[in-house]
Structures are given as C-alpha cells and as structure tokens.
Design a protein around this ligand. Structure first.
Ligand SMILES: [Zn+2]
Length: 833
C-alpha cells in the first residue's frame, strides 16, 4: 500500500504543475465527445478544477433552476487578478457609474462565455470542460497570454433542466453506448417537448429582456453585478449546417455603435484563422441578426458589451454522431466540440489582444450614456393614476434591468410624445407619475425597450420587430425631449384596514395581473365572490364593468374572518378595496341583481404532448403556476378521448396541429362537453381545427387574391424577401374591443396586441366579435404587404355560445413569451369569466 502511494507521489512530482488538473477524459472516464455528460458531472469537473486551482478559479453559485439544479459561473483569472477580483468588479462598476466613487486601478477585460442556453444544443457544455482545462493549462501559451489581461467568466450551462432532459433521453436510447450515425435511428429523433427549453418550456434565449424565468432572473442579477465587456452565447443549428460566427447578419439595430460593429468584424477574423487552417466550413453575415433585444447577444450589446452568437451545425438531432448525405460525412460530437472550443479561444484572443481599448470603449459608452444619451427622448413619463398594478409590474421589470427610475415629484404640463400613438400632445403630469431619466448608465437599453418603432434596415429578420414597453404594459407613456431629474421613488403602500362597521361588500377594480392574483387567492381561501357585468356608480365613484364585488352574503360561515381574509389578500397584492355599506348603487345594477354574477373557481386543463407547441403550452403552464398561482392540469392530447369530461370546466388548446389529437370521436366528446357547459379556449393555430367546420362559427376569409398584380413573377434570388411580404414576425396593432363583453373587461375598448401571424378569419356572424382589427389597426413594427392586407377587418378574439357552453377563439396569443403584460387580463377573463 505504502509503495503504491510512493509511486503515485513520484508520478505527481515528475509531471509539470498543470498535470494535477485531470483532463476531461481522465475525469469523466470516457473520451470527451464520445457521449453526452450529465449536468451534475460537468459541475463536478468544474468544481474539481476550482478546488485544485484556488489561486486561479472562483466559483460563484448564483441560483438554481425550477427543477433544483444549481446554477453557477466559474471565474478564471491570473492569480494576481483573482486576488483582487472583488476590487476589479467594483472598479468596473465605478468606472461606468453603477457604483459611487472612482476606480482604484486599471480594470482588466471581463469576458463572459455562456454555454448551452438551448438544452439540446448540447455540445456547448462538453466544450466548456476543455475550455476551462486549457485556461488552467500552464503549458498552453495562448490561454496563459489571455489571462494576463483578461478575466474569464464561464457559465458552463445556462439551462441545466433542458440539457439534462436531452442528455438523459439520449443516453437511454444511444445504441450500445456507442452512437449510431444512421440518421433515422431512434437517437436522432428527440421526443416531445425536446431539450431546447427550460422546465416551463420557455426559450431562455428570448428571455433576457423580459426575465420571466428564474434562470434569467438569477443570471442577470449576477450579470448586473459584473457588467462584463463581452458576452458570447454558444448554440447549435440544424445538423446539415456548417458553422456560423460573426460578423452578424443584417439587420443590426441602429444604436449598435461603430466600435461594437468593428469588434463584430474582428471576431470573424479571429475565428476564420482556426476554421481556414483546419479546412472547416463556416458562414458569416447570414441568418443571425442583431436586433430583437432579448437575446444573449443583443441584450449584452445594449448594455455596452460586445455581444455575439456562435452556431454549430448539430443540435438535438445530431446525437453524438450523424451521417450527413449533403456533406457525405459523419458529423461527430468530437468535431462539434473542436469548433466551439476554437471560437471560445478566438473570442478570448480577440478581446485579450485589445483589452485596454475594449475597456476604454466600454467606459466611453457608459459615460456618454450618463451625459449625452442617444435617442430623441431624454425623459420618459408613465401615467400612474388608475394603473397602479401595471406601473408596479413595469417597475419590477426596470429593477431587473438595473434601470433607475423615480417620480415626477410635481404637477406640470408639457408637450410630449405619446409612445402609443406617437403623436405630440400637451400633457398634464402628476406628482406620482413615473419618471425615468435617459441620463443614466443603462440609457441605451432604456431607449430600446421603450422604442415603439425601431428602425429596421432589413425586413428579413429572425424575430419580432416591435416591443415598446408602453404597448406591452398597456400604459400611457410619454417621451420628453427635456432633461428632467426624477424625485426619489416612494412606494405608495396600499393598506386596507378592516372598517369599524362591517361592510355589506368589498369592491375591487379589475385591470391588472395583481387583480387576477387577488382573485385566485380568494378562490384558494374559499371566498365566494361576484362580478358586475355592467358599470356602476357608488358614492359618486364610477366602477367599470368587470369590477369584483365581494359580498358578505355567501361568506357568512366565515364570520369576522371574512373581513380579515379579504382585506389581507387585497393588501398583499396592493389592491385598494372600496368598502360598500349598502347593496344599492346610484347608477348601474344593485349587487343583488342578475347583472352581478357569481364567479366560481373553474377546473382548468391544458392540452400538451405531440402536436402541441411546447412554447405555447409552457406559456400557459407558467402563467397558471408561477404568475397567478392557480391549479392547472396538463393533459396529453392522446388522453383527450379518455377524459372524465364532467370534472372539467375549462379546456385550453395552445397553438399546435390538432389533426391527430382531435379525431372524430374526440371532437364529438368535446362538442357534447361544450354544449353541457364546458368552455373551450382555442389559441392560434388550433383554430384551424374548428374553422369552416360544422357547428363552429369560425370562418376563414374568402381570398380575393389580388397579390402579385404589380410583379408578374418573383426573382428566385429574392425568395427570402418575397416570403417576408407574407409575414408579420411580430408587429403592433391596435385591436378594437367590445368593452361590454366579459372577455374585454379591464380594458377601455382597445388593446395593443403583438400580432405575429397574418390571421385570416372573418368576423363571426354567429357569435361575439370581442377583439378585432379594422382597416387601419397597424401601429408599429415590420409587416409584409400581403400580410397587411389580410390583417384588415380580421377577427382576433371571438366568442361563440354553444348550448350552455362557450368556445373562445384567440387567433392571437396574449401570453406570447409571457412578456406582453397587457394580454394577461384578457386571458384571465377567458378562463375565469
Ligand atoms: Zn440555440
């Protein structure tokens, strides 16, 4: 035993210092790239390297996923830099005005590399093990040179739940523990919903700006504490593709600076060296643009960093090896690791070779932001009164972004641009209106998030082309050309003391997500409540249709607990209750009338599984579980034919292809259930299962195809652009709402929707047209000419009564990516009213 130890000891001494670091191969017990590595093992490797290199590595745990997997970054730096890491961090923040004081020393370049945001683009977290190993390899002259002036922050896996979903599945089906390259083998056909998404089936690479997901919230909190100079995001694309690295494709957002553009080109030069030398195929300037602000490349860019995306051909389908007919080769995981490793190195080399300049430009960017912000508006004002719930939600978002805000602090009138209508108005502002000054570190991000009509230099884009926060939050917001200093923000705290005299009822407004949470909380506490389907007036105060009326009647069994439960719940969600001493109203219908109807807690299910869009299911799932805290049952489409229908009140069909799910037998069960009182909410593409079908009122518009009149034929080379004319990747329209219908309660007859498809449905002749586009609903963003035509006089939200039940048609999905805050009440109305 002693002898063995002795030899072991000698072996350690006889090899250079770095050999104490296990290679990925020796640590894993299999060659890196021969299979996929479980998330916990990847972290074990990272932790092992950290333990063995305490003077060069610091691990920063920053949270955990919904499924409880740890999130962490590994900071790799020279011993000198690691020893003063906290000073580097705070100096960096001081240099850009996010901390008081002046930096004590020169700040090295901070390069942040994120891997595996899409879980089944699983090469990334394999490659990071080699990246970390080589950064610590003292014999690697390239990496040792990099660490002299660059601090590297590695996030080994942004999306552990998705990656693990993929890895677990792949490992189970992988042939004999060696990959089967046959493209039609089981292991190349990932099952629904796939590993791309996180637990709630959100795309984390669309969530940087909106931060609906826990992973994004926790990561960006850490990001804001570091504000790196560079952020790289590693991805994969289809397995037939080669490799993409910058320069990015058009459109570039117009506010991307000349330096950021120049650096984008430099990244390409450094990557090309590796790819040309090895004869690896690649492309640049195509597909991957820099526009929509919620990506892992653009969001850091709008925070002053150099942001980029890398895309390896492969993805979930590629497995560990796949034979490719187009290339007459076998694409292996080994090769994919080589490529991501190469661009990891080229990225670090490119920043390290101009570290000083990068840091200077970063500081310059933020000094300008604080003193001479871009954009026409120097102040943003948001009207508060009557919209407190929505304003609070907006503040939550600003906090997550690190954007400073305050209050107007005084009453004044000014000329201002309405960010919804884009028209100039004379506006009277109140003391409590929200005021956000553009003179701040994060002013570019602020400008872009509020932007109603971003300049689009090219119509072929990857994503939505408009997102203005005023639209998204349904707020009246203004841009002012003058610099204004906000007064300190004071939280207006709503309190609802129990009235001395027990009220007849409590009355609560209805127009925000907070109101929905209040409602579901009361349901959970078994409070019986009502809603007025008509507007009414009480003590000179007007209440809109949809107002909640919580009468003592029906809750007698709770005695005085009734008052405590209702007032506490309202205070929890910062809702101002109005106690009513009588059931008599001065205008409208008394609380005992047929217009004031009970609201009861429905049993709700949503369809998932093959055919259903995982993203759309995820949006519904997350809405219920995380946003309104209300029980939801997810049922697989295949199970619909076996449902105990009488146990169900509401069934939601997220977008998808329901051809197989809604067989004739299931469709008949569904109709019987609706006639008996069920409520079906059909969303987006699921409407195709009902359009022009017997008993359903939904009809497609008859096309009087006028298109292509001006051009007799299309040029093949223009095919992408031709397709764009049929398209609306996401533009803003003003919908007209029938404000007397419960589905539209909480809105004042109009709603700005994010329209993402050229819906082509006629107004219902046998049903209620609750939300629709007239001739000129277009407001902002790109919409192709043909799509624009189709979107005239089109149904968006319709309700058909069928027997004792209802079908709600939602051509548009108000829960899209969870960020269209203003759509949540419509969806809540659909479920609960
Ligand atoms: Zn991706």
């Amino acid at each position: 035993m002693k002898k063995i130890l002795f030899y072991f000891f000698c072996a350690c001494l006889s090899t250079p210092g770095f050999a104490q670091n296990p290679t990925p191969d020796s640590f894993l017990g299999y060659p890196l790239g021969s299979r996929f590595t479980f998330h916990a093992t990847i972290l074990d490797y990272v932790k092992t390297l950290a333990e063995k290199n305490p003077s060069k590595v610091k691990l920063i745990p920053y949270g955990s996923t919904y499924e409880g997997r740890p999130l962490m970054v590994a900071v790799v730096a020279s011993p000198e830099n690691l020893a003063r890491l906290e000073t580097i961090r705070t100096d960096n923040l001081k240099s850009i005005g996010l901390l008081e004081g002046s930096p004590s020393d020169k700040v090295p370049a901070l390069a942040w590399l994120s891997y595996n945001v899409h879980g089944n683009e699983a090469v990334s977290s394999e490659a990071v093990m080699r990246v970390m190993y080589e950064l610590l390899n003292t014999e690697n002259t390239t990496t040792q040179e990099i660490l002299k002036n660059t601090v590297v922050i590695l996030d080994p896996c942004i999306n552990p739940d998705g990656r693990e979903r993929y890895t677990q599945w792949y490992t189970r089906v992988m042939a004999q523990s060696t990959p089967n390259a046959t493209p039609w083998a089981w292991e190349h056909n990932e099952p629904w919903p796939g590993g791309r998404f996180n637990h709630y089936l959100f795309d984390l690479n669309r969530d940087w700006a909106w931060q609906l997901q826990k992973e994004s919230q926790e990561r960006i909190q850490l990001y804001n504490q570091w504000m790196p100079h560079l952020h790289a995001d590693f991805h994969e694309m289809g397995s037939a593709s080669s490799y993409y690295f910058p320069p990015a494709s058009k459109p570039f957002h117009k506010d991307i600076t000349p330096w950021q553009r120049e650096f984008n080109g430099i990244l390409g030069e450094y990557s090309r060296k590796y790819f040309d030398k090895n004869s690896w195929l690649y492309f640049t300037r195509n597909n991957y643009d820099l526009f929509y602000p919620s990506y892992g490349d653009t969001w850091p860019t709008y925070n002053g960093a150099i942001g980029m995306t890398y895309e390896q051909g492969g993805g979930g389908r590629a497995g560990a090896a796949i034979a490719r007919e187009n290339e007459n080769d076998t694409l292996t995981l080994y090769a994919r690791i080589d490529h991501h490793f190469a661009t990891s190195m080229s990225t670090l080399e490119s920043i390290s070779s101009r570290a000083d300049k990068t840091v200077q430009e970063f500081v310059k960017y933020h000094v300008k932001a604080q003193n001479d912000p871009i954009g026409a508006f120097k102040s943003y004002l948001v009207k508060s009164s009557g919209n407190e719930g929505r304003v609070h939600a907006l503040i939550d978002l600003l906090k997550k972004q690190g954007i400073q805000y305050g209050l107007a602090g005084k009453t004044f009138s000014s000329k201002a641009t309405n960010l919804g209508t884009l028209s100039e108005e004379n506006v009277k502002f109140e003391e409590n209106d929200l005021l956000i000054s553009a003179f701040q570190t994060k002013s570019t991000l602020l400008k872009i998030l509020f932007e109603a009509q971003p300049d689009l230099e090219d119509s072929v884009t990857y994503d939505i082309t408009s997102w203005g926060l005023a639209y998204a939050y349904g707020l009246t917001a203004y841009g002012l050309k003058d610099k204004m200093t906000p007064a300190a923000y004071r939280e207006t705290v709503v309190d609802n003391p129990i009235p001395a005299q027990a009220p007849y009822a409590y009355v609560a407004n209805w127009n925000s997500l907070a109101d929905l949470r209040f409602l579901t909380d009361l349901f959970a506490k078994n409070i019986r409540l009502r809603t007025s389907n008509v507007a009414f007036e009480m003590n000179g105060k007007t209440f809109a249709a949809g107002t909640l009326v919580i009468t003592r009647k029906g809750n007698e069994a709770l005695n005085q607990n009734f008052d405590r439960i209702v007032t506490e719940a309202a205070t929890k969600y910062q809702i101002q209750l109005t106690p009513a001493v009588t059931g008599f109203v001065t205008k409208g219908s008394d609380f005992g009338s047929g217009d004031v109807v009970p609201l009861t807690a429905p049993k709700v299910a949503v369809v998932g599984g093959n055919g259903v869009s995982p993203l759309a299911l995820g949006e519904v799932w997350h809405f219920f579980e995380q946003q309104i805290n209300y029980p939801l049952t997810v049922v697989e489409g295949d199970m619909l034919g076996y449902l105990p229908w009488d146990e169900l009140d509401v069934l939601i069909l997220p977008t998808g292809n329901y051809g197989r799910i809604l067989s004739e037998g299931t469709m008949n069960q569904l109709k019987t259930w609706i006639r008996g009182g069920g409520k079906l909410i059909a969303m987006e593409q699921s409407l195709n299962a009902f359009a022009d079908k017997p008993e359903f009122a939904l009809k497609r518009k008859k096309s009087d195809d006028k298109k292509d009149k001006e051009a007799p034929f299309a040029l093949f080379g223009n095919r992408e652009r031709e397709a764009a004319s049929d398209d609306t990747p996401g533009s803003i329209y003003e919908l007209k709402l029938d404000s007397t219908h419960p589905l539209a309660f909480g809105y004042n007859g109009k709603y700005f929707g994010l329209i993402r498809s050229a819906y082509n449905f006629d107004y219902l002749s046998d049903g209620w047209n609750v939300g629709y586009l007239e001739k000129d609903g277009y407001r902002a963003g790109f919409v192709g000419q043909n799509a624009k035509e189709k979107l005239k006089n089109t149904l968006i939200y319709g309700v058909q009564e069928m027997g004792r039940g209802q079908v709600i048609f939602m051509a548009d999905n108000p829960l899209f990516r969870g960020f269209w805050y203003n759509g949540k009440v419509i969806f809540g109305n659909a479920v609960f009213r």
